[in-house]
Design a protein around this ligand. Structure first.
Ligand SMILES: [Zn+2]
Ligand SMILES: [Zn+2]
Length: 154
């Protein structure tokens, strides 16, 4: 939230730099920016006072403290949802990448359509990978060749 306001006021200041200073529109915009910044600072100070009062006199505002507690619980839940959605996104992207890799010919690098077992360009078996050391056939994701033990590139 604070980044948004900071960005907006920064943008407005940037724009006002190109306008004549006696234009009432510029004056209105500058005054609104200043008011917004001051109100934001005022709110921040009230919030800080609230934190200090609560730390010293817990139980003084039971209704507001209950609301605060609920917000904290919802915040934890929302953060958990965000994390699981990010993990879901990552696993979808990883699966997509693995699928793309399996459809890319290990010999000539041609990208083949889904469901194809042999490269349409050179006839090499797809999903197979040749060891860079001994030429043994490996499957994708193999880290070390089972024949010669050479570490395979990603
Ligand atoms: Zn090929
Ligand atoms: Zn090998």
């Amino acid at each position: 939230m604070s980044d948004l306001f900071g960005g907006l006021s920064g943008l407005m200041k940037g724009l006002s730099g190109f306008m004549p200073q006696d234009d009432p529109n510029v004056k209105i915009m500058n005054a609104q920016t200043e008011i917004n910044e001051l109100k934001k600072k005022e709110t921040e100070i009230y919030a800080e006072i609230g934190r200090q009062v609560l730390a010293e006199r817990a139980g003084r505002f039971p209704e507001l403290e209950n609301k605060l507690q609920l917000i904290k619980m919802n915040l934890l839940e929302a953060e958990r949802k965000l994390k699981s959605a990010q993990e879901e996104k990552e696993s979808i992207e990883a699966a997509k990448k693995a699928e793309e890799k399996a459809l890319t010919c290990p010999s000539c690098g041609t990208y083949n359509p889904e469901g194809v077992k042999f490269c349409q360009e050179c006839g090499s078996k797809l999903g197979a990978l040749k060891c860079s050391g001994c030429g043994a056939e490996l499957t994708y994701g193999t880290r070390f060749c089972g024949e010669c033990g050479k570490k395979q590139e990603e």
